[in-house]
Design a protein around this ligand. Sequence first.
Ligand SMILES: Nc1ncnc2c1ncn2[C@@H]1O[C@H](COP(=O)(O)OP(=O)(O)OP(=O)(O)O)[C@@H](O)[C@H]1O
Length: 335
Amino acid sequence: MMSTATNSSAAAAAAAPLEISGLSITVQVDGESRPLLDKVSLSVAKGEIVGLVGESGSGKSVTSRSALGLFPGHAITTGSVVVDGVEVIGASAAQLLELRRTRASMIFQDPRSSVNPVRRLGDFLTEGLRARGVGRAEANRTAIGLLEEVGIRDPARAMRRFPHEFSGGMLQRIVIAGALSIGPRLVLADEATTALDVTTQAEVVALLKRLQAESGTGMLFVTHDLELAAALCDRIVVMYAGRVVETGAASAIFAEPQHPYTVGLLGSNPRLTGERATLTPIVGRPLALAEAPAGCAFRDRCPIAVPACATEVPALRPSRATEVACIMPGDEKAA
Ligand SMILES: Nc1ncnc2c1ncn2[C@@H]1O[C@H](COP(=O)(O)OP(=O)(O)OP(=O)(O)O)[C@@H](O)[C@H]1O
C-alpha cells in the first residue's frame, strides 16, 4: 500500500485530480496469474482533459476504473492511484464511498446502466446533491437548472419522468449533467459517446467540453477513437497491451505521432478532412498484456520491427514533442 489520504486542506487544494504511478494489476484466472496492466503512469491536472486511447483489451477501462477503487476481484495491485490527494489503493470502503460521492464521477458508454429504470429522473439527479447535504428544495432547483442547461424541454415535468421516456442521447446528456452536478474534481468518461450516432456524438462531446470548462474539473476521456480524442483533449495517453506506449500534447500526437502503433491508429481511421485518401489498417489483432510476446508487445504487428525489439520492453523516453516507448521512434514514415 502507498501513502494514505492527505488531510491538510492546503495539500488537497494543490493535489492533482488524478495521479497514477507505476500501476500494475495481475488477476488470478483458473489458478493462473494473468497480468492486465504493467507500470501504467498518467496524470490529469485541474481543468485538463486527458484522452486514454487504445484498441480493445489495451487496459483503458481497468486503468480508468482504478481511479474509483474499482479493481478486478482477487487482483494483486501495486503502484499508486491518487485521486484529489487520496490514495485509492488500500482505501477503506468508507473512503471509497466518500470519493465516489464527492470527488470523482464516472460516465459509462450506456447511459441506461447509470440510471435505475424504475426511479424518476428527479430522484437520480438530486441524490448526489442530497448525499452532500443539500436540502430537497435546493437540490430540485439545481436539478431543474441542469436539465435546462442540457437542453431538456419542460424540465420540471422531465423530473417526474422515467429513463425509458428519453432517447439514449438525451439520457447521456442528463447523466453527464448529473455526474458534474456534484462538483467532482475528476470525471472519468469511459467510451461515453461511442454508442451515439455521429450528430448526437458531436453534440454530447460539445456539452461535455462546455460543462468541463465551466466547472474546471479534470477529465479522463477513455476512447478507442484517437481522432476524437485529439479534437477534444489537451493531452493523450496511448495504451497497448496493458502499457503506455506514447504520451504527449494532443496536437503533437496527432500531427507527429512517434510510436508505430499511434501512427497505425491514425492511419486506420476514416477522415472527414480529405487529407488522407486511403485507410491503412494495423495488421493482426490487438493483444492483451497476458498474450504479449517478450520485448515490445506491438512487435508482431509493427511494420518496422527489428530483432532488437524482442529483447526488452522499451521504456518511455522523449522523442520530438512526445514521450514514446519504442527503440526507433518516428521511423514509421520511412517504412
Ligand atoms: N475482472 C477481470 N478479470 C480478468 N481479466 C480482466 C478483468 N477485467 C478486464 N480483464 C482483461 O483485461 C484486459 C484489459 O481490459 P480493459 O477492459 O481494460 O480493456 P479496454 O482497453 O478498456 O478495452 P475495451 O475497449 O474492449 O473495453 C482485457 O484482456 C480483459 O479481458
